[in-house]
Structure formats: C-alpha cells, structure tokens
Design a protein around this ligand. Sequence first.
Ligand SMILES: Cc1cc2nc3c(=O)[nH]c(=O)nc-3n(C[C@H](O)[C@H](O)[C@H](O)COP(=O)(O)OP(=O)(O)OC[C@H]3O[C@@H](n4cnc5c(N)ncnc54)[C@H](O)[C@@H]3O)c2cc1C
Length: 374
Amino acid sequence: MSIDLTDEQKAFTEAVDDFCRREAGTREQRGDSPHHPGLYRRMADLGWLGVTVPEEYGGSGAGMVDTCLFLEHAAYGQAPVGGFTTSAIVAAAVQRCGSHEQKKTVLGGLVDGRVYAIAMSEPEAGSDVANLSCRAVRTGDGWIVDGQKTWCSNAHIADTVLLVARTGGSPGDHHGLTMLLVPADAPGLRINGIATMGGREVNDLYLTGVRLPADAVVGAVGEGWRQLMAGLNTERLILAAVMLGTAQRAFDDALDFIRQRRQFGRPVGSFQALRHRVADLATEIECCRLLVHRVATLVDRDPLRVLPRESSMVKLKTTEVARQVALAGMQMMGGYGYATEYDMERHVRATLISTVYGGTSEIQREIIGKTYGL
Ligand SMILES: Cc1cc2nc3c(=O)[nH]c(=O)nc-3n(C[C@H](O)[C@H](O)[C@H](O)COP(=O)(O)OP(=O)(O)OC[C@H]3O[C@@H](n4cnc5c(N)ncnc54)[C@H](O)[C@@H]3O)c2cc1C
C-alpha cells in the first residue's frame, strides 16, 4: 500500500482485517444477505461503528481518513455490514445539522448498532432530486407526511429513515425541502422490497398520513437542499471507500485464480495479455487509493468546506474502476468467474450499480465539468 499510515491506523486496519478473516472469512459465516445483524452487533461491541461519531456521543471521534480506512478494509474483508453505509451517511447529516437530542439518539444509536436509511429518491425524482414531491404539511403540533419514496437502501432493517420531503415550493424548486426523521415503524409508513439482481436491499416507501412530532425536523425547515449539499463530501467518500475495498478484493481474488489456473501447460496469469491487464488494474486501484486518501485528508483539514469537484471525482473514479476491475476479473477467470461458487460474480453485481446510486457517473461528470465554469 502506498499510503503512510500512523501506527494507530495500522493497528486499526490490521484489527479490521483480522476480524473479517476470522468472523466473515467463509460463505457460511457471511450468509447470503449483505447485512448480517450478528456481525454488525459484534462490530458495534468493538466500538467500530462509532468511528465517525464524536466522543461526547459515545464514538471514537475519528475523522474521514480513519472512516475511509474502516470502510475500505471492511469491504475488502467482505464483512456483511451493508447497513453501515447508509447509517454513516444519516449520522453525518444529523451530526452536521441535528439538535443535541437528535445527536444523542441517532449518533448514540449508530454506536449501539442501529441501522439508519436515507430516502431522497422518488419515482419522478432520481438524478433530478429537487423534483421530489413527497410532502410534509405542518399541523398544530407537528407534521403529516404523504407521498412515495423509492430505492431506499436498508429501510427494511432500519430503526429510522431520514426523509427529505417538500414543505414548500413546487417540484423542481431547490428551496422548500426539509429533512425529517421518520421511525421505520411509524403508522402509515409501508416498506416494500424491490427485487434486483443484487437481492432485496432497496425499498419503496409509501407514506400515507404519517404523523411526526415537530422535533422530527433535522436542521432548518426549508433548508434541506443546502443541508444535502453540505453532506456531499462525506456521502461520496463513504461510497468511494467501500468501492475501493471491493475493487482491491476483486483484484486479489482474480490474481489468486490466474496464478493457479493452468492452460497450455502454464498458469494463465503468465500470458502477457493477462499480465498487462493486471498491471493496468493495479495501477488504477492505487490511483483510487491515493485519491480517497487525499480527499479524506482535505475533509479532515476543513470539515465545513464543501468540495464538489473533489468529492465527485473520488466517487466517479473509484466506482468506475471497481466495476472495471470486477468485469476484468470475471473475464480473466473464464467461465469460473461466472459461477456462483466464486465471489467474482458477486463483485460484478455489487460494482455494476455503484456507478448509479449516490449520483450517477453522468451526474458526477456534470458536476466536475461545471466546476471548470462550463
Ligand atoms: C441499489 C440502489 C441503491 C440506492 N439507494 C438509495 C438510497 O438509499 N436513498 C435514495 O434516496 N436513493 C437511492 N438510490 C437511488 C439513486 O440515487 C438513483 O437511482 C440515481 O440517483 C439515479 O436516478 P434514476 O435511477 O431515477 O435514474 P435517472 O435520473 O432517470 O437517470 C437515467 C439515466 O439518465 C442519465 N441522466 C439523468 N440526468 C442527466 C443529466 N442531467 N445529464 C446526463 N445524464 C443524465 C443518468 O445518468 C442515467 O444514466 C439507489 C439506487 C439504487 C439502484
């Protein structure tokens, strides 16, 4: 690895690697689901889920560099703790904008092993998030929410969903959006799994007359868009770090295979066609690692500075490289890469969609291009 880590960071990543080898090293241990409540609980007990959480709320108060190291190594170790990604994104939003009470509940909840989900997307509001129409209307003592959300990762295992709803303006307006905390068991909220090639980790949410107290609002009423923008660094780095770990895993799995597999009397990895491909993929992964580390370092240096160019670059590059590595890994493994007996087909499925969620590659390119005044 090309990044200089402190002794503490080395010890931390070694502990995560060791845990993953021991506790999630086999298919039987990992199970079929991307989220294993027992292993998540064990990680909570080890204090790792609170890596992003300030000490006053029970976490270790580490920065984005450490958080990215945790995510990268947990993904590399194939730890089935998929619920952590959205939980960390929600916790970061609450940490930035929430009240002390909300921080105690949500940040403390993450440390204790609870899962959180975030619901922005709607059937008519995907890349165009501001087009959302799910509406929260003020009542005497709180809010009533009606509408539909879609593609909400982990809502079916979540304690609470961070909902972005319209409290003013019309679909298309950036103003008039508000963040609200909705308990997953709130009367009037129905959560339906969506069948996908990756399983059933995403959900449609139907909200019919869901009543929320006044203090469900996170941050300021009508300021949801600004609050979402302020969270871009964190959200994109989190997704990037997971894909960096997944890319490295797919690479190492492919390398192991092509060293062993013999055709024409020699290991297939010794053919120049594969050797050069390995060289290209290794170089791309190293570029991603440096970029993740660089952007995380910038965020730690000044957590309030929004980095639209850098955070889009890190999400764009790592997700596209992860997909490239997994597809190349499958090709290099021949038919075996396609068999469910090996993990490569899972890496392919996991990486294929990473260029879509959290803002598609096209949208990331739009954002980067605009930062050059175009
Ligand atoms: C597995 C998965 C998990 C998800 N998890 C969550 C979640 O937890 N919470 C949540 O709120 N959402 C989540 N999403 C939703 C995700 O963020 C959206 O799917 C994504 O933003 C794209 O929206 P869309 O699917 O409606 O595609 P569309 O916006 O309809 O885009 C279709 C195509 O058009 C392109 N396109 C659109 N606009 C432009 C443009 N201006 N310029 C160039 N190209 C453009 C897109 O890049 C894409 O290729 C998830 C999605 C998936 C698949």
